[in-house]
Design a protein around this ligand. Structure first.
Ligand code: ADP
Ligand code: MG
Length: 338
């Protein structure tokens, strides 16, 4: 009798467990010029198809927003000087919004300079004359938004590298939610979207990289419902024949890589596009101006790291758990109103 009851209890437990257990699905592919990992918890039978289609979203929009690859629609816009592609139109309108609120620090018209610097392949810096001549072809006054059409003045060219990844992460998130997948993490080369819960149990735990060491961590964040984007000068750069390090985030005023006192800046926002645009912008602004800006901005918080240490915006505090630093972000202070 007892054995029978015991077996029944075991069976019941197994049933309850298999009802509760949610399967983890994860896939990693090279896309957007980086490693993209999408992970979610769901018992949906078509989970593998959802993953396939999520990567198709990434691939589709990478092909729209690329300015460097000849398959890119933005590349084509820069060749022909005009487009009526509405994804590009809306993207450039958003980029223009960030240009305005950052006082011109975020600039989507730097493509002539990006080409001149050619950070990925260059061995030496361009001359001062080349830089000042090229700077004349940059500037948002050379872009016209009319009747859902974009047109560029002669020699002007746009680049949305500072914001497109945030947009693509947002579009993948929208796609996953449209399929009833709410508990997910997307990691596009260190830019991360957190949604719902890990295994239905707790918020997601992620590490903020130490820009001075590949193997150590500056601290952790446990959160959900936000995108976390880091910009820094330690990954994409070259060392010139003059021994100087030239990185990929440019100061639109000088035409040179921004001489920033920031080694890395991490932005946390419920809005993926905002997190991406502001991480690039705060890097150029540096610690003091950047802190001033982000403390006035309602929709995001930021962590700045340099050789002198770590500082963060007013909505963040820190605590130590088991000897590890945690950044505690007050999500209630973040609103979607700017
Ligand atoms: P990553 O692309 O390495 O994640 P960012 O989001 O900070 O880093 O974007 C850097 C890219 O943004 C550059 O490669 C370039 O395409 C573009 N960019 C460079 N300087 C600026 C700037 N001042 N404003 C807007 N975009 C910029
Ligand atoms: Mg960015």
């Amino acid at each position: 009798m007892r054995i029978k009851r015991f077996i029944c209890e075991i069976l019941l437990l197994t049933v309850v467990f298999s009802v509760c257990a949610v399967k983890k699905h994860s896939r990693t592919e090279l896309v957007m010029g980086t490693i993209l990992n999408i992970q979610f918890f769901s018992n949906k039978k078509n989970a593998s198809q959802i993953l396939d289609d999520a990567f198709k979203v990434a691939d589709k929009y990478d092909k729209v927003f690329s300015s460097k690859q000849s398959y890119g629609e933005v590349f084509r816009l820069n060749q022909c000087g005009t487009t009526d592609n509405q994804d590009i139109y809306k993207m450039l309108q958003e980029a223009d919004f960030y240009h305005k609120i950052t006082g011109g620090v975020f600039d989507y018209t730097l493509f002539p300079l990006i080409k001149l610097w050619n950070i990925e392949n260059a061995l030496s810096a361009p001359s001062e004359e080349e830089i000042s001549a090229t700077l004349k072809n940059c500037g948002v006054d050379k872009v016209r938004f009319t009747d859902n059409q974009i047109s560029l003045e002669n020699n002007a060219a746009v680049d949305v590298g500072g914001i497109a990844k945030g947009k693509i992460l947002h579009l993948i998130s929208e796609y996953l939610r449209s399929q009833g997948v709410d508990n997910f993490i997307i990691n596009g080369g260190g830019d991360i979207v957190l949604s719902g819960l890990f295994n239905g149990k707790r918020e997601w735990n992620i590490a903020i990289k130490d820009p001075f060491s590949d193997s150590s961590v500056a601290g952790y964040i446990q959160m959900t419902g936000v995108t976390i984007v880091t910009s820094g000068d330690y990954e994409r750069f070259f060392v010139g024949t003059d021994g100087k390090r030239y990185h990929h985030i440019l100061n639109p005023k000088t035409g040179y890589p921004a001489e920033s006192d920031v080694s890395s800046v991490t932005v946390i926002s419920p809005d993926s596009v905002c997190a991406d645009a502001l991480s690039t912008s705060l890097f150029v602004m540096g610690v003091n101006k950047g802190l001033d800006f982000i403390n006035k901005h309602k929709n995001a918080e930021a962590i700045f790291i340099n050789k002198n240490g770590i500082v963060f915006s007013a909505g963040i505090s820190e605590k130590t758990i088991n000897g590890m630093r945690y950044f505690v972000v007050d999500k209630n202070k973040m609103s979607s109103n700017y």
